[in-house]
Design a protein around this ligand. Structure first.
Ligand code: UTP
Length: 304
C-alpha cells in the first residue's frame, strides 16, 4: 500500500462523514446572529469539535462540512493558526498548544456551501460530489453523543452487515415527540435494531407512530442522493431528509431496508437553550480538572 491508498475504516469501509452546519440556529437567537450555534462552547471547546472527534473515533477521518454564510469561523477552527501556535510555543504554553493543534489533526476537514439553507435534505444533497458512490455517515453538528456510550460504531456495523440505511433512534416522552422525526417500527432479531416502516417529521401531538425519535446520526447509502433530488419541499417548505428516508422505507427495492439503532446512552441537543445549559453543566461536572470545584459550587447553590 502506498501512502495514498484507501484508508477505509477497518470496521465498515465507510470513510466519509458529512456534517451539515448551514442551518440558521433560530432557536438560539440572538447568540447565533453572528456566531454559528456549532461554535457555542461546551465547557471549553466548541460543540462541533465533539462531533468531529466522535466521527474520527469511529474511523471516519474524511469530513465534509456543509456550511453557509456566516459560518466561516467553523472552518477556521479546524484550520492551522500559525501565529497563535507560535505565540503559545514561545510562551511555553504546551498544553494549550496541543489543544489548539488537536483540532487541526483530528480529521481532514473539507467544506462546501449550501447556498440557500433549504433544509437538511438539501444540505445532504450538496455532499453528492464529495461522497461519490459509497455509503457515508451524516452527523448533525449540534447533536452530541456521550463518548462513553458509542453509537456511530454500532450503526456502521449494522450498515456493513445488513447493507442497510441506518438511522439513530432515541426513546422520547410522548409529549416531546412532536419536536422530532418519529419512526414506525417493527422488531428484528437484534434487540437494539428495528426495521423502520415509516417516518413522519414533527407529527402533530397525539399522532406519533411510536416514541422512537430520529436523532442526528445517519449512515446512508448513495442511492439517497437520487431520492433527495426528487423529494419535494415538505414541512416548513424545506427539503426534509426524513421525507427521503420515508421514500426508502416504503420501498426496499430502492436501496434495501431502513433500519433504526435504538440508542440508550446520553444525547445532548446543544441547539436548544435549555438542553444546551444542561449539557454544559453535565459535562463540566464530569471533568477531572473542573468537576470537583464546579460540583462543590453547584451543591452550595442548590442549598440557596
Ligand atoms: P435544525 O433544524 O436543528 O437547525 O437542523 P437550524 O435550522 O439551524 O436550527 P433552528 O431550528 O433554526 O434553531 C438540523 C441540522 O441541519 C443543519 C443544521 O445546521 C443542523 O445541524 N441544516 C439545517 C443545514 O445544514 N441546512 C439547512 O438548510 C437546514
Amino acid at each position: 500500500m502506498n501512502e495514498y491508498a484507501n484508508t477505509s475504516s477497518p470496521v465498515t469501509g465507510v470513510r466519509k462523514a458529512v456534517v451539515p452546519v448551514a442551518g440558521l440556529g433560530t432557536r438560539f437567537l440572538p447568540a447565533t446572529k453572528a456566531i454559528p450555534k456549532e461554535l457555542l462552547p461546551v465547557v471549553d471547546r466548541p460543540a462541533i469539535q465533539y462531533v468531529v472527534e466522535e466521527a474520527a473515533r469511529a474511523g471516519l477521518d474524511d469530513l465534509l462540512l456543509i456550511t453557509g454564510r456566516g459560518k466561516d469561523a467553523i472552518e477556521d477552527h479546524f484550520d492551522a493558526a500559525p501565529y497563535l501556535e507560535e505565540r503559545l510555543a514561545a510562551d511555553g504554553k504546551d498544553a494549550l498548544l496541543a489543544e489548539v493543534q488537536h483540532a487541526t489533526e483530528v480529521a481532514e476537514v473539507h467544506a462546501v456551501r449550501q447556498g440557500n439553507p433549504k433544509g437538511l435534505g438539501h444540505a445532504v444533497l450538496r455532499a453528492r460530489e464529495h461522497v461519490g458512490d459509497e455509503p457515508f455517515a451524516v452527523l448533525l453538528g449540534d447533536d452530541l453523543i456521550d463518548a462513553d456510550e458509542p453509537l456511530l460504531e454500532r450503526m456502521l456495523e449494522v450498515q456493513r452487515t445488513r447493507s442497510a440505511t441506518v438511522v439513530a433512534l432515541l426513546e422520547v416522552p410522548e409529549d416531546r415527540a412532536h419536536l422530532y422525526g418519529v419512526a414506525a417500527v417493527e422488531p428484528t432479531e437484534e434487540a437494539d435494531v428495528v426495521t423502520i416502516t415509516g417516518l413522519v417529521e414533527k407529527p402533530p401531538a397525539g399522532t406519533a407512530p411510536s416514541n422512537l425519535a430520529v436523532i442526528g446520526r445517519y449512515v446512508l447509502r448513495p442511492e439517497i442522493f437520487d431520492v433527495l433530488e426528487q423529494t419535494e419541499p415538505g414541512r416548513g417548505g424545506e427539503i426534509q431528509l426524513t421525507d427521503a428516508l420515508q421514500t426508502l422505507a416504503s420501498d426496499a427495492s430502492i436501496a434495501g431496508p431502513v433500519l433504526g439503532v435504538v440508542y440508550t446512552g446520553r444525547r445532548f441537543d446543544t441547539g436548544d437553550k435549555l438542553e444546551y445549559l444542561k449539557t454544559v453543566v453535565t459535562l463540566a461536572s464530569e471533568r477531572d480538572d473542573l468537576g470537583p470545584a464546579f460540583n462543590a459550587w453547584l451543591a452550595e447553590r442548590a442549598q440557596q
